[in-house]
Write a protein that binds this ligand. Structure first.
Ligand code: NAD
Ligand code: LMR
Length: 356
């Protein structure tokens, strides 16, 4: 069933006046109409605590000649922004500076995410909304947000609707693999860049790129492969260093988030029964039970960690079948040198989030 008010698709961006928020809102305003079926209209609700900035962004974007309606909301107007939304995108929060880890952002961003979670529980229909979290540290904040929503919404399966965005890791893996393929004088196997499955979490060694499952990935020497893995795992630091105190990745993240948001349109408008993508999600429900049989299978191979990023299907009910085959197809190197350290680090990140 389509979900939106009056047949419109409504997308809210919380933190819309920030580096990611502005670029993402620009992409949504300029590109979204081409994703919509005929006679469907999109509303963009831009919310930020920075009142002047968000009013400015909304006014500026509303002069662009597409049919997407843009409205700005500030301060205590978050309820109006959230009312009737199909997708909530959350880039609200503080970014890193050089010398900081994502985990250093946990306490301050957890406060922001909890308060946003409480507003979502109050103003959104938790049986229909999809909640896409961008703010860092993703590994800990998805558990924070899920816990907050579960505490405010007994009887729903809200944990199946919260999706941590790790798309930037596969975007980087794909871009860097292409660069290396060309640099090593190899002819790419096609004009389309490889999709590289990336599982685990979104921070350093918790990021596990599976290059062996990409057409151009298994043509590299072990040294080149290890350098590539390292670059994907620490790609965020590359941008933080280059910006030298002016924040972290915004433009590539906006591209990644737009791609993900656009992929939901066929599901929201009822054109498709399910869509697929890789997200960092809860594998257990509020009672501590696996959300489904594929989650139960996955838990068995990841030391029972309750959150993990893996390719999955999403239906109107939220997270559905998880694609555990990518883990089954891992090479010995990926299993022993990448997955094993990932699990240890990810366990700490989840524990930190759940302790708040
Ligand atoms: P930014 O500082 O440019 O923007 C953040 C915005 O959030 C600001 O406009 C601020 O006013 C707003 N904000 C703060 N508290 C808010 C609240 N309670 N409600 C609504 N808005 C609020 O930061 P940025 O560069 O856009 O990054 C945002 C977050 O995204 C950071 O935590 C960063 O680490 C993270 N990030 C994640 C990924 C990823 O792959 N998941 C990639 C890049 C950045
Ligand atoms: C990234 O991967 O670029 C983001 O998570 C931002 C960061 O802090 O590195």
């Amino acid at each position: 069933m389509p979900h939106s008010i009056n047949g419109d698709v409504k997308i809210a961006v919380l933190g819309a006046a920030g580096g990611i928020g502005q670029s993402l809102s620009l992409l949504l305003k300029t590109q979204l109409t081409r994703e919509l079926p005929n006679h469907r209209h999109a509303q963009l609700a831009l919310y930020d605590v920075n009142a002047d900035a968000v009013r400015g962004v909304a006014a500026d974007l509303s002069h662009i000649d597409t049919g997407v309606t843009v409205t700005g909301y500030e301060g205590d107007r978050i309820g109006e922004a959230l009312e009737g939304t199909d997708i909530v995108l959350i880039p609200a929060g503080v970014p890193r500076k050089p010398g900081m880890t994502r985990e250093d952002l946990l306490v301050v961003n957890a406060k922001i995410v909890k308060s946003i979670g409480s507003s979502i529980a109050q103003h959104c229909d938790l049986n229909k909304v999809f909640i896409l979290l961008i703010s860092n540290p993703i590994n800990s904040l998805v558990p924070v947000l899920v816990k907050e929503l579960e505490s405010k919404s007994q009887g729903t399966q809200v944990e199946r609707r919260v999706l941590g965005l790790t798309k930037l890791d596969s975007v980087r893996a794909s871009a860097f693999l292409h660069e290396v393929t060309i640099k090593h004088g190899l002819k790419p196997k096609s004009n389309t860049l490889d999709d590289v499955p990336v599982v685990g979490g979104h921070s350093g060694e918790t990021i596990v790129p599976l290059f062996s499952q990409a057409p151009n990935g298994n043509r590299l020497s072990q040294d080149a492969l290890e350098a590539l893995v390292q670059r994907v795992q620490f790609g965020g630091d590359e941008v933080v260093r280059a910006k030298n105190g002016a924040g972290s990745a915004t433009l590539c993240m906006a591209h990644a988030a737009y791609t993900v948001a656009a992929s939901f349109i066929p599901l929201i408008t009822g054109q498709k029964r399910s869509i697929s993508g890789t997200f960092y999600v809860a594998l257990k429900d509020a009672q501590g039970q696996p959300i489904n049989s594929s989650a139960k299978r996955l838990l068995g191979s990841i030391n029972d960690l309750p959150y993990f990023a893996v390719p999955l299907e999403i239906t109107s009910q939220g997270v559905d079948e998880l694609d555990t085959s990518v883990l089954e197809r891992m090479t010995k190197y990926e299993r022993e040198r990448l997955l094993a350290p990932c699990l240890g680090k990810l366990e700490g990140g989840i524990r930190n989030g759940l302790s708040l």
